[in-house]
Every structure is written in C-alpha cells, then in structure tokens.
Design a protein around this ligand. Sequence first.
Ligand SMILES: *Cc1c(COP(=O)(O)O)cnc(C)c1O
Length: 396
Amino acid sequence: MTNQALHEIDQKHYLPTFKRYPIALDHGKGSRVWDVEGKEYIDLLAGIAVSNIGHAHPTLVNAIEEQAAKLIHISNFYVSEPQMKLVEKLAQLSGLERAFMANSGAEAAEGAIKIARKYGHKAGRGGTIIAMKNAFHGRTLATVAATGKEAMMNGFDPIPSGFKHVPFNDIEALKEAITDDVGGIMLEPIQGEGGINPADSDYLRQVRAICDKKNIALIFDEIQCGIGRTGTMFAFEHYGIKPDIMTLAKGLGGGVPVGAVLAREKVAQAIDWGDHGTTFGGNPLACAAALAVLEVIESENLLQKATESGAWLKGKINALRSELPEIELIRGAGLMLGIQVSMDPKAIVGTMLKKGVLANATAGNIVRLVPPLNIDRESLEEALEIFIESIKENRK
Ligand SMILES: *Cc1c(COP(=O)(O)O)cnc(C)c1O
C-alpha cells in the first residue's frame, strides 16, 4: 500500500488524537528506516528514545523469536526465567532491590505513584506528590494529573487529586511546597517532553537530602532518560545520588512494550499482598526482549558510544552557531539532546523529514535528537548536513 492510502485509513478509522507525518514506515535496520514506497530515512528519533540499540538488531530479533516459539505469556501467577533474570539484572544495575514489571511508561509511573502514596501513608505523612512544572509522566488519568499540564487535563475532569507542581530546579519553591501530607517527590532527572531540561547537580543533591531528612519517597522518572540514553545506564548516575523509586520504559524493551518500577527495599515494603497487579506486565516475551537490550548495551559498549557521539554532536552544533544564528544552544547528555532554535522547530523538522531525516520538535522551540545509541558517525554527519539545509530553507 502507498503512504497516501494508509493515511486515508488513519483519517477514517483511527481515534483523531494524533497528527501524523505523511509517511508510513515499513522496516528498519540499525539507524535507518524505510517507508512503504522505499524511501530511506536516518532515524534521529528512534521511536521517541525507544530503539536504543537500533532497528532489527539480530540479538534482539533472535531473543524475541526464540522466546515467542517457547512461551509468550503465563500470567503473574507463575514466575519465568526471563522475568527473574531481568529483575535480578535491573537490581544489580540500579541498586534498587525490588521491581514490578508493567507494559508502558504511564503504567510504570502509576505504579510508582501508588508505591510512594502507600509509603507516605505508612510513614505517617500522606499521599500528596510534588511534581515539576514542564514534566511529563504519561497519559492515564493519574499520570496526566502528575504531569499537571492544563491542555492535557482539559475536558477530562474529575482528575485525580493530590498532586502539586513547583518550578523545576527551584529548591526554595520545593521547600515551600513540602507540607506534612507530602509523601513523594517525582521528577525526571532530565525532562524530555518539557524540552530536554537537565536537573542541576546541586538541586538534585538537595532534593535527595530533603527526602532523607523528612522520609519522603524520591521518584525519578527515567522512562526517557534511562537505559543508556544519556551515556550512563541511568541518568541519576551523573548526579551521584539514587532515587527511592524509579520508572523505566521506552528504551527498555528495544520497541517491545515493557515498563518497570524499581524501588528500594525499605520503600517497596510499603506494598502489601494484593496492592497492585497486571495481566501482561513482565511476560516472558517482553522480559526476554529487555534482557537482550541490556546485554547489547553492555557487550557493544553503547554507553561509551552514546557519550562520544553526543559530545561530537554538541561540538558540531556549537561550532555552527556563528554560521547559523538561529541555533541558540544545545543541551542534554549523551544522545538525549535538544537544540534550541530561534525559529519554529516544527518547520525545520518538516523539511528534515522531506530530506530523509526523522527528528521531532518539543516544548520550548527545541529540535529533539534521540537517535539509537549505536548510530554511526556517517549517518550523524549526513543528518547534520540536512539539519543545516533545513534551517536555511526555513529562514524568513
Ligand atoms: C514517554 C514518557 C512517559 C510515558 O510513557 P508511555 O509509554 O507513553 O506511557 C512517562 N514519562 C516520561 C519521562 C516519558 O518520556
């Protein structure tokens, strides 16, 4: 079928909630994808920071094929080797002893909120969660409330209560918001949808200290910034502190839907038998995929690759600023980068698409680059040329 024909079906039968680019993607390999008409694209989006090891990686494909032929699903009445190996691995990597496997980011965030609330009540504080302005935690009702963005809540009330929002990186505002009923503080160490805003080191260390002092559960949403994205397995490693609860999803399954909530033993103990559950979450197929992704990140040194490629890109973009005054700055870590421009980033992204590069625009005039961690240098060079041309062609 053609791009056009598939879009006609989208217009007619899909819930009208997405405004999609006029192509239909068919297959991929590494950092490249092809549409149904055979046009090739360099993928700087990776399905929104999901395909961290690239498309059709043989280790991942084999793991999925083998597991699918063996056992896809069993319910959480039983354990499986992939699920047990995965939770053990996640505990080793993160230092957070307990895991609960979910199917998506929002579902992991819901789980994190529930654990923090239960912990808050048991600690004699309460279930109020402080979250950050410009955050993004998902599209279910509680995670929309945690996100706190008016445009996402409008028309959907009653919205779950018990969330307060403070400006990100503002320690005084946070201190002021901490009343006796606050049981959790939730934040992204590097805000993704909010425009690739990293937390300040000093700020995050102070937040940790406050949570320790007051016995408040600190939740890091690493759904986008985790799984090697920033050049460390988890973004919190850049800061020398650890959360009490952490959510993962996007990059974890390499595209197979899977999410996780991890928690310190002490906080996890707030959960009693029957407090939470899921049918699909952590099924053998999803866990086999996640194990393969973690194995590839380690065996192919993708943390180092992401660090090097990110530093190279930052250097290139910074050097371009004299020639292209539209580029205001580049921020982020590893391969989670945002280029702030003084023009409409959507126009740039639209032209890039026509010229064969996938990227996206996010809040605050940001062109977001979150390519596979193993993207090759030639692809980055080619994409950068197209980015430059796209800025020039959209100059007023
Ligand atoms: C994408 C994202 C979510 C939501 O994940 P879904 O899988 O879309 O539900 C939550 N938090 C952050 C930081 C995200 O980037």
